[in-house]
Every structure is written in structure tokens, then in C-alpha cells.
Design a protein around this ligand. Sequence first.
Ligand SMILES: O=C(O)[C@H](O)[C@@H](O)[C@H](O)[C@H](O)COP(=O)(O)O
Length: 275
Amino acid sequence: MHLSCYKRAVDGSQVNSISIHRYNMAPTTVRKFESEEQVSVALASYIHHLSAKFISAYGTFSVVLSGGTLIDTLRKLTEPPYISSIDWSKWLIFFLDERVVPLDHPDSNYKLAYDGFLSKVPIPASNIFSIKEKLSPEEAADEYEQRLKHLVANNTLKTSPTTGFAKFDLMLVGMGPEGHVASLFCWYFQRFEKTKWVTFITDSPKPPPPRITFTLPLINSADHIAMVVTGEDAADAVKVALGKHAADYYPLPVQKVSPEENLTWFLDKEAASEL
Ligand SMILES: O=C(O)[C@H](O)[C@@H](O)[C@H](O)[C@H](O)COP(=O)(O)O
């Protein structure tokens, strides 16, 4: 399979700059499982542990959801023992990226998350931060960023002392087969954004085209990130991101994911098949 971000380094200077791109602040743990079912089981246990830890330390647990297959992989959380042992009332839910469509539209990540996860757990509706409807992509991104800044100002969300961006407790991040994360794609400028917390795209190569997305500095200010990647379509990009020759290539967006504390990859056998 051809990955659009592939670009062989041709001289020493490119190799140096690529190795800087790949510099990773966070300790990275790679967990491989025999099946997607086992990923789902392990992910539920991991999230349960973090939920208890953050709620005990701070009183809340801020969680950022991706769209895609991740939502189905969260299914074990909606079952015993987790459904009754997690303090759902303390969870705060955010969206890593969102399609700019009505919230009841089949393309909406909110609808996907609501139908597959949020409707099955008792998180208060006021703790679920979906995008505002009827705004342009630019307006929706600005509005979401302002809402996050307000939540930081009133101490609902923490701030990273290193970056000044909001510091979410846990981001659950999926990856596309060509290495995109959130709505940050290989050759699209949004992946290089340094200042904004939330930006927009009107020509996403993955449909639908209009979206808003967290930026890499906001993503990387998170405490914990779980990269949840399953299925054989992802195997080539996983190899580029985690394989021993990763530095030979121009970095995929996923290679720029580096949270402040902890990065854990959850892979099934198919996604890990090229490692
Ligand atoms: O809006 C979206 O489409 C998602 O948020 C996107 O970033 C998704 O997480 C990846 O494309 C992985 O999707 P899959 O898990 O379906 O491969």
C-alpha cells in the first residue's frame, strides 16, 4: 500500500530534520493483542484504572473521543463490571475532531459516540461537550476553542504548565490507514498549526470535507494518550510509526503524537502484523 506521506530522506540534512520530528517526549508502551476483542477488554481496564486515579486526585476525569472504530472498541465499558464501578458522573467528554454536520446526521462523530457509547453510560448531558450546530467550520472551531479556554479559566480543565494549552486527562486516538489522527492529514497545513487549540478544514480527504479538529500542540498537552488501532488496513502506517526504519520517512501525523506523560498503543494482531 502507498502511504501519501512517505518521502525517502535523500541526504544527511533531511535525516537530521526527520530525527528531530520523531523526537518523542513521552514514554511509549506498545501493547499487542490477539484480537480486537482483547483490545476492547484491555482498553476498558486501562480506562477504568485512569478514571479512578484522576477522579480520586482531582474530582473529574476529562476524556477526548475520536470517531471511527474506536467507539465500538469502547463497548466493554458499557458492560459489567465497568458500567457500575466507574463514577460516570465525574466524566467530562470532548471530541478530538468533528464533522461539521448536524448532531443527528449519520456523519456526526457525536452521533456515532452517542449511539455506540454515550447513550449507554450515565454521563450527565451537561458534561458532554459537542460542537455547536449551524456554524461554519471556522466559526465552529473558534467557538469550541473559546469554550475550552473558558473551561480552563474556571478550573474545569487543567492547564499544561509546559505549553499553556488545556491538559486533558486521557485522549483516545484512532488512526487512519495513511497515518492521519484527528482531522490532521499528511499534506494539509492544519498538522503544522502551532498556536490555535482547535482548527478547521473544509477539504478533508476523508469525507465529509468540513471538519474541526484539535491541533497537535493541544493533543500533545494531554496527560495520557491511548492510540487505539485495529485491523489490517492500519498495518503499514503502524510499521512506519513504530518500526525500526521509521526515521527514514517524512513523518506521518501519527508520528507527531507525543503526550506529556504517557503514550500507550493498543494494537490487535492485524494492525501489528508488519512490526
Ligand atoms: O472523524 C474521523 O473520521 C475520526 O475522528 C478519524 O480521525 C478516525 O479516528 C480515524 O480515521 C480512524 O478511523 P478508523 O478507526 O475508522 O480507522
